[in-house]
Design a protein around this ligand. Structure first.
Ligand SMILES: [Zn+2]
Length: 452
C-alpha cells in the first residue's frame, strides 16, 4: 500500500520545484530565527536572499554533530518553547545528549513519514504491530507507534527488552508486524528456541528493522529463521527519528527516502564535495519542512549512495542504499577512500571465507599497504589441512592450490570494486578475536610508524 501517493509518487520535476521552494523558505527561516545559522551564514558570506533554489544547495555550509552539542540544549530551536510539544534526546558517547524538538506540525509530519515507511513495508489497517523499539527520549518507539496508528493498525506499545513477554504477546495477540533492531530479532529467535516455541507457526509476516547497521546476510538469516519479510528502516533523531527512509516490501532494494521533507546529498567525507550520481559517500540531509529543529546540510556520518532508477513498487522518490558504514571508520589508502564495510561485502562474494576479518594498514616509505586477514570456512580448512602432510599451521597450508586461487580471486575483486591492491592472508576458522559489541576491524599502524 502506498500511504501518501501524492507525495511518494510525484513527478521528479514537480518534486524538485517543491524542494526548491521549501529550501528557499527554510534558509530565510533559519537565518531569521536561529542565531547560530545567522552567524554561520554571515561568516561564510552567504546572503539568504541569494539562495534561489536547489542549485544553490551545495554552496551552503554544513551543520555538524558538534554544532548540536555546542548549542545544547535548545540553541538550535527555531520556534519558542511554547510552540514545542515534544523533546527527544539521543545519548552522546560522552557527556550531554543531543536534544531535538517538535512542534505539533512536526509531529504530524513525522507520523506521516513513519506511516509511509510502515505501509511501504506492508503494514495495513488489518495488522497488529508490535513496537519493540524503546519508548522514551529515544525516538524509535514513539516514531513507529505514531506511524502505525496513523495507518490504523492495532499497536502494541511493548517497548524494548522483556524478551519472554515479547514472545508471549506475539503469540497471544497475534502480532503480524514487528518493529525492533535486527540484532534483537535474532536474540528473540534464540530465546524462542529455548522455550521450544515454533516461531514459523506465528502469524508474523513482516519485520521493520533499523537503528543499527545490518547486512544482507543478516536479512537472509532473519527471514529464513522467522519465515517473514525483513525490511530496513532508516532514521536519526537529528533529522526526525525513524521514517527518513524505508525499503518497500515489493523490491527490498534501496530505502525510499521521503525527499519532499528530507533533502539528501552524498558528499566525499574528506573534501566535502558532492560525489557523482550513484557513488558512495557520506549522506547529508537538509530538513525542508521541520519547524522546531530545522537543519541545513546535516552531516549524518552514514555511508551510502543514492539510487534514482524507478522502483517496481511505483514510488518515485529517491532511494538510498542500506547504510554500509560510518565515516568515522573510513581509511585512506593511497588516496582512495576505503570503508571496512566495502571490504566485507567483497569478502562475502567468496563463499569459502567467513565474514570475520581484520585490516592491517602499514606504511613503507610513502607507500600505504593494506593486508586483509580473513578466516576460511571450516570445511575448506579441513579439506586443505587434510591434504598436506603437516597440518600444524596456516603458513604451510597457505601454499595449497585452492588457497592460492582463492587469494588471487579476492585480490582481483578488491581491485575491481574498491580500486586498490591488497595483501590477503588466511586464518584458521575462529582465530580472529571476537569482541562483544564492536569488533576492532582495523589495525592502522601508520601513526606509530611515522614516529620511528
Ligand atoms: Zn519500492
Amino acid at each position: 500500500m502506498i500511504f501518501d501517493r501524492e507525495h511518494e509518487c510525484m513527478g521528479r520535476e514537480e518534486l524538485q520545484r517543491l524542494q526548491s521552494e521549501r529550501l528557499v523558505a527554510l534558509v530565510k527561516r533559519v537565518y531569521d530565527r536561529v542565531p547560530f545559522y545567522r552567524r554561520l551564514f554571515d561568516e561564510t558570506g552567504i546572503a539568504p536572499g541569494k539562495v534561489r533554489g536547489l542549485a544553490d544547495l551545495a554552496g551552503l555550509p554544513f551543520t555538524r554533530k558538534y554544532n548540536l552539542r555546542d548549542e545544547y540544549p535548545f540553541g538550535l530551536f527555531a520556534t519558542p518553547m511554547r510552540e514545542v510539544v515534544r523533546i527527544h534526546a539521543s545519548s552522546g558517547t560522552t557527556g550531554k545528549p543531543t536534544t531535538v524538538g517538535y512542534t505539533k506540525d512536526d509531529i504530524a509530519m513525522w507520523a506521516n513519514v513513519c506511516a509511509r515507511a510502515l505501509a511501504g513495508a506492508g503494514t495495513t489497517q488489518d495488522d497488529v504491530v508490535q513496537v519493540a523499539y524503546g519508548y522514551g527520549l529515544f525516538t524509535g518507539g514513539l516514531g513507529a507507534h505514531y506511524g502505525a496508528e496513523l495507518i490504523g493498525a492495532s499497536v502494541i506499545p511493548i517497548s524494548g527488552s522483556n524478551t519472554q513477554r515479547q514472545l508471549m504477546l506475539m503469540e497471544d495477540f497475534g502480532s503480524t508486524v514487528i518493529c525492533c533492531t535486527p540484532s534483537f530479532m535474532l536474540y528473540l529467535y534464540d530465546v524462542a528456541q529455548q522455550l521450544e516455541l515454533d516461531v514459523k507457526k506465528l502469524p508474523l509476516k513482516v519485520g521493520v528493522f533499523g537503528a543499527e547497521p545490518w547486512s544482507e546476510g543478516m536479512r537472509r538469516d532473519i527471514e529464513q529463521k522467522w519465515n517473514i519479510k525483513a525490511c530496513d528502516i532508516y532514521g536519526l533523531s537529528e533529522i526526525i527519528g525513524p521514517g527518513v527512509s524505508c525499503e518497500c516490501v515489493e523490491a527490498q532494494s534501496g530505502l525510499h527516502l521521503n525527499d519532499d521533507h528530507f533533502l539528501p546529498e552524498i558528499i566525499d567525507p574528506e573534501s566535502g564535495e558532492t560525489v557523482p550520481e550513484g557513488e558512495m559517500g557520506e549522506l547529508v540531509i537538509t530538513t525542508l519542512t521541520k519547524e522546531a529543529f530545522p537543519l541545513i546540510r546535516y552531516r549524518t556520518g552514514d555511508i551510502t549512495r543514492l539510487m534514482t532508477e524507478p522502483c517496481i513498487c511505483g514510488r518515485t522518490n529517491i532511494r538510498m542504499d542500506r547504510v554500509s558504514g560510518r565515516t568515522d571508520d573510513m581509511l585512506i589508502i593511497r588516496g582512495v577512500n576505503v570503508f571496512p564495510s566495502q571490504v566485507e561485502s567483497v569478502l562475502l562474494m567468496s563463499p569459502q571465507v567467513e565474514p570475520h576479518y581484520r585490516l592491517i594498514v602499514t606504511r613503507k616509505g610513502a607507500m600505504d599497504n593494506m593486508e586483509i586477514q580473513v578466516e576460511i570456512k571450516q570445511d575448506l580448512y579441513r579439506e586443505v589441512s587434510d591434504s598436506v602432510l603437516s597440518m600444524d599451521d596456516m603458513t604451510t597450508i597457505s601454499d595449497h592450490q585452492t588457497l592460492i586461487a582463492l587469494k588471487s580471486n579476492i585480490q582481483k575483486n578488491v581491485k575491481d570494486i574498491i580500486g586498490i591492491n591488497v595483501g590477503v592472508t588466511f586464518r584458521e576458522p575462529g582465530s580472529i578475536e571476537r569482541v562483544e559489541g564492536k569488533t576492532q576491524r582495523v589495525v592502522d599502524k601508520r601513526k606509530e610508524q611515522e614516529g620511528s
